[in-house]
Design a binder for this molecule. Structure first.
Ligand code: CDP
Ligand code: MG
Length: 725
């Protein structure tokens, strides 16, 4: 249910980026090809950024000077001293001086809107202050984050500050991973998880405080939570509600929560110089890489790290490889550059790298999705490179098509990004677009996600909470009515709602699974085909996203492709291939060597196993027996079809030999099989169902399996009729 808000499941297919051109290796050429910057608007930007809080700025400088001394002595200190040090560090955060005033405000008001710059200490400190003030004696303090990585990393940090083991007093809960215990009183979680907690505890009785953090992100789950918590606050006067946000646009939140007071934490900001390119950049990724290298080669190391905003995992991996490659080409001439990727699916053990201090004489370059815009605070950044794009959902309610698109960011985002460079000292931001673009083309604010996405999932959850009247639900910004109608139609088609719009038994079961309705329908339907064992494996593998296969360097690519083909033997389709991979791995006793030999990512497989375990637990809850039918591929495919019959396509006879065009059945338009599909190009099936569509240069179906047309009619007679010939 929880969404990945930096949308980086590799969803965006792009032709591998070729960096092995002649300019990759040549020091001179790197710099002659780089983007040309101008800063003619700098003065104006400085007005916006710099002179706002002169006094705070000076104060902050003094505090930072002290910090530095403390940092240096810290290295020799023992663990308990380190804990002491963390306590000292807490006092240097901007929020610290407002601790008492904040506690007073919370005590005086039931609902409080809190605004403060990223890095001021809202997420890590406020729950601790409330804990220290005794709020946890009456119940838990819950704090929501739009992103998994943020929930985990913040909980880790806070557990260190409190000197407790993660999962004890401080824990986190994200989809498919619950790191909390009986003891947990400070609970960080994704907004989607809190939404699901309403299913078991509609009044959130076990909480004394709920903090909806990063409210400005306006994810669907956060938007729905707004309506739900506002409602329960009315009949639970003892519940404290905090709505915290990084941007100054807090009036809207205040208005929504019946004019709740706004508590402002004055930020600590240093001047940020903004540079724009003179002309638009054709290839933002290349421009970003070259700009990073330029900074690194021309500025003294130790004067600050670089943060580059990219659109997703794929861009980040490509940029990382290109940077490594070019750094090698530059040889010993320039200092070490430590490349730190950060995106939502990055395994936990690799995440902490971005928080580690940069070794002397080296420089860090953090390649991040917009997760680093406000959710995560990375200290020591002096340079920000902003290509001006992010990946956003887009939804067409007429066709029901959802896709991820790379789109220009808003002005608000651009300013947040720039601000990341001025946290610990004066910074510089390089915008890879022109000043004209910024002023003329960028929207002021981003559109809330609820207006851009398929709502079937949310509607199902609300229905199971007993909220049927969606038209009158208290939305901050209501979704378009076509989107709501489309969601209802889809749930009806899947059998989750009856013709009166009431939740059916199937719908109730589906709602127990924290996954997309099509996937949960597939699982519920597997009972009928006696293959729930295989289907939850497939569902788990699909939920891991597109990080199962490891993409080796070019010279090994052929081995990887061969390994991959072996799972597709018999042209079984991508879903069964996923099942084959999992089963083979299981047969080796979940061996990591096996993964390595087959160019499969061990980490992704472990995650699939965890997800599978959870799904198995949920099966028991909805009283579906585990049953296995591993040899009957038709039964398995029929169960899949029961969930995905809305995603059907047929081979399109274009008159050309070996055409690979497909037409979607319900709202006919042309789609292609994604290049990563294992379906043999020579024997393309006439009818297929797909897991998802991705739109790039073309519209691609990803995870494709052959079906028989009569199944569609058999499984969804209300949806498909066979044509008489
Ligand atoms: O929520 P807000 O942006 O206001 O700040 P925060 O996330 O509470 O971060 C306050 C400080 O905690 C940051 O400046 C970081 O130095 C530190 N922090 C950290 O070291 N590791 C984390 N995972 C999160 C925060
Ligand atoms: Mg925060």
């Amino acid at each position: 249910f929880e969404e990945e808000h930096d949308n980086n499941n590799n969803d965006y297919y792009k032709v591998p980026y070729g960096y092995d051109d002649e300019r990759g290796l040549n020091h001179e050429k790197i710099f002659s090809h780089g983007p040309k910057f101008e800063s003619k608007d700098m003065k104006h930007e400085c007005d916006e950024f710099v002179f706002e809080d002169q006094i705070d700025f000076v104060k902050a400088m003094i505090m930072d000077g002290e910090n530095l001394e403390q940092d240096q002595t810290r290295i020799q200190e023992s663990k308990s001293d380190l804990e002491k040090q963390l306590q000292e560090d807490r006092k240097t955060l901007p929020i610290y001086q407002y601790r008492d005033a904040l506690l007073q405000a919370v005590s005086d008001h039931q609902v409080l809107v809190i605004v403060g710059e990223t890095g001021s200490g809202k997420t890590t400190q406020i729950p601790q202050y409330l804990h220290e003030a005794g709020y946890t004696k009456r119940g838990k303090i819950g704090c929501t984050q739009p992103r998994r990585v943020a929930a985990m990393s913040v909980a880790t940090r806070v557990s260190k500050e409190l000197g407790v083991k993660l999962g004890h007093e401080v824990g986190y809960s994200i989809r498919f991973e619950d790191c909390t215990s009986e003891k947990t009183v400070l609970k960080y979680m994704t907004d989607g998880m809190l939404l699901r907690e309403f299913l078991g505890e509609p009044d959130l009785a076990s909480y004394s405080v709920v903090m909806i953090d990063e409210a400005h992100e306006r994810t669907v789950s956060t938007d729905i939570l707004f309506g739900l918590v506002k409602d329960i606050a009315r009949f639970r006067p003892d519940l404290k509600l905090l709505i915290s946000s990084a941007t100054l646009d807090a009036e809207k939140f205040s208005d929504f929560f019946d004019s709740a007071p706004i508590f402002k934490i004055p930020g600590r900001r240093y001047p940020v110089e903004i540079h724009y390119t003179k002309a638009p950049e054709a290839d933002y990724l290349d421009a970003a890489i070259v700009t990073a290298l330029q900074i690194h080669a021309t500025q003294p190391p130790g004067d600050g790290d670089i943060l580059v905003f990219l659109t997703g995992q794929e861009d980040i991996e490509t940029a990382g490889e290109a940077l490594k490659h070019r750094m090698r080409g530059l040889g010993m001439k320039i200092p070490e550059l430590i490349i730190c990727p950060i995106y939502a699916n990055l395994p936990t053990e690799l995440q902490s790298k971005i928080f580690e201090p940069t070794p002397e004489g080296a420089r860090k370059v953090v390649l991040a999705t917009n997760i680093a815009e406000t959710s995560l605070t990375i200290d020591g950044i002096k340079y920000v490179i902003d290509p001006g794009f992010c990946k956003m959902k887009s939804y067409n309610p007429r066709t029901g098509m959802e896709s991820l698109l790379v789109r220009p960011i808003s002005k608000a985002s651009a300013n947040q990004r720039a601000g990341r460079s001025g946290r610990t000292g004066p910074g510089k931001c390089f915008r890879l677009y022109t000043a004209y673009n910024y002023y003329q083309d960028l929207e002021d604010n981003s559109v809330p996600e609820i207006q851009l996405t398929n709502l079937a999932n949310v509607v199902l959850t609300l229905m199971s909470l007993g909220i049927h009247d969606l038209v009158n639900f208290d939305f901050m910004d209501p979704p378009p009515s076509e989107t709501v109608i489309k969601a209802l139609e889809m749930l009806y088609a899947l059998g989750a709602l009856n013709s009166d719009g009431e939740l059916t038994k199937i719908g109730r079961k589906m709602a127990e699974f924290p996954i997309d309705p099509m996937l949960s329908k597939m699982i519920v339907a597997s009972d009928k085909y006696k293959c729930s064992d295989e289907i939850i494996t497939i569902a788990a593998m699909l939920s891991v996203g597109n990080s199962i296969f490891y993409r080796p360097p070019k010279d090994k690519l052929v081995y990887a492709d061969n390994a991959r083909k072996s799972f597709h033997e018999g042209n079984v389709g991508d879903h069964i291939a996923l099942l084959n991979i999992y089963t083979s791995w299981k047969d080796t006793g979940f061996d990591s060597e096996w993964c390595y030999d087959n160019y499969i990512q061990f980490r992704s497989m472990k995650r699939a196993r965890d997800i599978r375990d959870q799904l198995q637990g949920l099966l028991e809850r909805v009283e579906i027996q585990i049953s296995s039918n591993s040899q009957d591929f038709d039964a398995i495919k029929k169960a899949i079809t029961s969930g995905f019959f809305l995603h059907s396509a047929r081979l399109y006879n274009s008159g050309l030999p070996s055409s690979s065009l497909y037409r979607t059945v319900k709202h006919p338009h042309t789609v292609h099989i994604h290049p990563t599909s294992g379906l043999a190009k020579e024997f393309l099936p006439r009818w297929v169902i797909y897991n998802e569509l991705v739109l790039t240069s073309k519209e691609y179906m990803r995870q494709v399996t052959q079906v028989k047309p009569e199944w569609l009619n058999e499984i969804a007679p209300h949806y498909y009729q066979l044509k008489k010939v």
